[in-house]
Design a protein around this ligand. Sequence first.
Ligand SMILES: *Cc1c(COP(=O)(O)O)cnc(C)c1O
Length: 361
Amino acid sequence: MTRQTYALFNFSHLRANYQQAKALADGLAYAVVKANAYGHGMLECAKALADADGFAVSCVDEAVQLRAAGVRQPVLVLQGAYSATEWQLAAQHQLEMVLHHSSQLDTWAQAKLGTAVSVFLKINSGMNRVGFTLDEVDEVLAKLQHQPLLSLKCVMTHFATADDAQSAAFEQQLSYMASRSWPAPFCLSNSAALYRVRTAAGKPLRDAISRPGIILYGASPLEEKSATELSLKPVMTLCSEVISLHGMHQGERIGYAGTWQAKRETRVAVVAIGYGDGYPRQAPNGTPVLIDGVECPLIGRVSMDMITVDVTDHPQVHIGSKVELWGEQLLAERVAQHCHTISYELFCRVTSRVQRVIKKH
Ligand SMILES: *Cc1c(COP(=O)(O)O)cnc(C)c1O
């Protein structure tokens, strides 16, 4: 590799973050590695988390990739199966399957499986995306009871607002789950919920299995606390270098559409990264960029292959200066805030042009 732009991955941080998740969890913790482990490399992350209780992915294709790579722990498919073929793969690879819609029971019947599959029954407790409501669930539970080849392992739900301490919707979702008895233990918490008090009418709701995702990668799931405050350690550091420097006179404009105008004599550093690498094009003027350890403001539009940064106050910056776009020293969630998005999306958007480097210890 010769290009100066790369993503550095520190998997000892991944392991430390998983241990933190385990300490917060009531029971087992399945590491959520969907979407290529939030852009961190699904197979490498699974390998680094060899001691994880299990893994969760979005779709059957991701789960089959884990099995093909030799992963032996439980693998939960968060969206379950959408065809008879997917149910067959689930049986063949012993995947654990979310059941969130009755149409999935129809495709299961079509698959005519000879072996049992474990299912997580998903309840819509208020997020209104997928899952059965309490009105619908008795019928499904009755079907499962008469069907030994579908073995109910957990009752599951997903929280819409666990990241926001001010929201009452989180407690409402907990009450909804606690308002009846269930024939299987719970699988409730995402990362944010692990930091919340999980009770309904004063009684704790215990997770047999929780599903931490973003905290494994070292970013905060909470609006009011940073990754540093939660002692989470960033796994991905997105790096580049200064490739050019020049001066601009007061009144001159920079980049496409000239969205930034120099108010003074300005020294500009050009960095070899752009939206072609997954750096967000919507990053506005003032988004922090770390150059040789100092935060400098982004100026002008993000291009496909370059960004421009105001380094007027930092004369030590030179061609070849090291740049961190986000990572161990500049938290992704801070960059995300400037871009009106979340760290999850920044991580997932890093493109295949970016070289991946595994940090050695
Ligand atoms: C992605 C996902 C998670 C993990 O969420 P984080 O906020 O990253 O912890 C948990 N459960 C379900 C159903 C998910 O889709």
